[in-house]
Ligand binder design. Structure first.
Ligand code: MG
Length: 240
């Protein structure tokens, strides 16, 4: 963590930094009806995102170069992201990217757009070719026992807050709710906004990164009551 950092942004990648969700787009492109079925189960919360990743990975061709090329072709950076990174630098704030998608395309996409060196840290899953010759996803940042997330964004948020710095969470997906609920300020769009409504989490709606630039430094808050999981405990709370 940078010495003297005022606050930290924890930013989702797919559907947040990029306008589309590259993991979903790849799974839909190669998975067809199996994608639809798995996606429906995920949306009904019958399977967690970690299982979504495992099932969707099976549909991808075992050619990471091809998948990277497709991702680079499809990726579009959301309006204002470059200026947001400049703003964060001026504010002496840290930008952490936390992704629970396939993730292998994140650095190439950021590099292509001249953004990679402006990001302080990236936490993501590892997608690779397994010993069986098929695509497999490893989750180096998963909780020890919680089965829900591949990448425990709540743990990343808590780790920052333990340094005394408040966190602004920026995301779009329903699974962002776990990291968002622990954050001092939530910026939510799309399905994250819907689940914030569902769980009564206060949030700022956003459209592009110029909306994020307008957000002031929040106070450090104790979010344990409203949190949806316990990264230092057993993980997801009962009934969530
Ligand atoms: Mg997302």
């Amino acid at each position: 963590m940078t010495v003297g950092t005022e606050y930290t942004y924890v930013v989702d990648f797919d559907g947040t930094i990029t306008t589309g969700d590259l993991s979903s787009e790849l799974a839909a492109y190669y998975g067809g009806p199996v994608y639809e079925e798995t996606e429906s189960k995920y949306r009904r919360r019958e399977i967690p995102i970690r299982e979504w990743l495992r099932q969707m990975a099976k549909m991808l061709p075992p050619d990471l170069d091809l998948l990277r090329l497709k991702s680079l072709e499809w990726a579009e950076i959301r309006t204002g992201f470059y200026d947001f990174l400049e703003h964060a630098r001026k504010k002496n704030s840290t930008v952490i990217v936390a992704s629970d998608g396939f993730g292998f395309y994140i650095e190439p996409v950021l590099e292509k757009h001249g953004l990679l060196e402006k990001i302080d840290c990236i936490y993501r899953n590892k997608t690779m070719i397994g010993e069986d010759g098929k695509i497999t996803v490893q989750n180096p940042y998963a909780h020890v026992v919680c089965p829900v997330c591949g990448n425990c964004k709540a743990a990343h948020v808590m780790a920052v807050k333990e340094t005394g710095k408040p966190v602004i969470y920026v995301g779009d997906g329903s699974n962002d709710r776990f990291g968002a609920a622990w954050s001092d300020q939530i910026c939510a769009r799309d399905r994250l906004a819907d689940v914030c409504e569902e769980y009564g989490l206060t949030y700022s709606p956003w459209t592009d990164f110029y909306d994020i630039i307008k957000i002031e430094k929040p106070d450090l808050k104790d979010c344990s009551d409203r949190s949806l999981c316990l990264p230092k405990g057993r993980g997801i709370k009962n009934g969530v």
